[in-house]
Ligand binder design. Structure first.
Ligand SMILES: [Mn+2]
Length: 317
């Protein structure tokens, strides 16, 4: 596996003509925004580029992929993944492509190498910022669409520039997006200032059922599938819901567990500096960033919640 710098990545992309771009499972704003921006930038340079359709992308972010997707990888495509930290983060439908990925652009701290070449910068708050830098190196003219896609990636991965991963570079990139024509107010309004009723009802349920540990420094919330069904929440309603328990005053480390369709439990952990979310998720075979990490646990919900609480208690600060 070859480690590339931003400029080496730009040269690699310049050297190839046909691209198919992969996003990760449970796609968030960063993987959708970064893939859209990369695709648009490559097309502007006269290359053939497509995003491989990821059926898990929800309506919240689908508009970013409009006119950019195709159904299948074709012979001769150079495959690039964005925001994918490990093979397990690839959607089920993309798993057969695992050994064919030429380049990975990513910013995950606990990333596992699995491609021929990679540009990985854990200091970057979002993958979209890395894509922005590479497109700049390639001489792409930043337009409104690229600006919007990169802004969605950067703003969602930083909780609208509030998380500890936010840097001067993040703000500089966001300023570039605004200069390129991205409608910052409208995007912020839609992404951060709007809640569906379902989401608010879910938050109310979480408040009532939150388990507080370690004298209020930690919180665990286990959400049964039946509760999600009775409230009637969509995946968009649940997007980043795991950040909510961490907002309780005094809570430094918070875990949210949700039952998935196939009998496992999806764990999401959020932490403030001084605590490490990956130290919890790595114990269950997952990964992520110090501030936000995830894993899948093959245990019944109650048992999983107990196991997670035990691992969390090991962290002192
Ligand atoms: Mn990301």
């Amino acid at each position: 596996m070859k480690k590339l710098t931003r400029s080496e990545t730009a040269l690699f992309l310049q050297d190839h003509d046909r691209f198919c771009i992969l996003s990760h499972h449970r796609p968030d704003g960063d993987t959708v925004g970064a893939s859209a921006a990369l695709c648009l930038g490559l097309r502007q340079l006269g290359k053939q580029a497509w995003v491989l359709r990821n059926e898990e992308v929800t309506p919240r972010f689908q508009w970013l992929h409009e006119n950019l997707t195709k159904e299948e990888v074709e012979e001769g495509d150079t495959i690039v993944s964005v925001d994918v930290a490990s093979p397990t983060m690839l959607p089920e439908a993309f798993q057969p492509l695992l050994n064919r990925i030429a380049l990975r652009i990513d910013h995950h701290y606990s990333a596992i190498s699995f491609t021929e070449a990679e540009l990985v910068d854990p200091a970057s708050a979002s993958c979209a910022e890395l894509v922005w830098d590479v497109l700049e190196e390639m001489g792409v003219t930043m337009d409104e669409k690229i600006g919007e896609a990169v802004y969605v990636g950067t703003s969602t991965d930083t909780g609208c520039f509030r998380f500890a991963n936010t840097t001067a570079h993040t703000f500089a990139t966001a300023a570039g997006c605004a200069s390129a024509g991205a409608k910052i107010y409208e995007l912020n309004q839609a992404l951060f200032e709007t809640n569906s009723l379902g989401r608010l009802k879910m938050q109310a349920w979480i408040v009532e059922h939150l388990q507080i540990l370690q004298s209020g420094k930690m919180a665990v919330c286990a959400i049964p599938k039946a509760v999600e069904e009775s409230i009637g929440v969509t995946e968009d309603d649940m997007d980043n819901i795991s950040s909510f328990p961490r907002t309780v005053a005094g809570v430094c480390l918070a875990a949210t567990l949700r039952e998935n369709a196939v009998g496992g439990v999806k764990l999401s952990v959020r932490a403030i500096p001084g605590y490490d979310a990956t130290r919890v998720t790595e114990r269950f075979g997952g990964g992520g960033h110090k501030g936000a990490a995830g894993a899948t646990i093959q245990l019944p919900l109650e048992e999983a919640a107990k196991a997670v609480a035990d691992v969390m208690r090991e962290q002192q600060s």
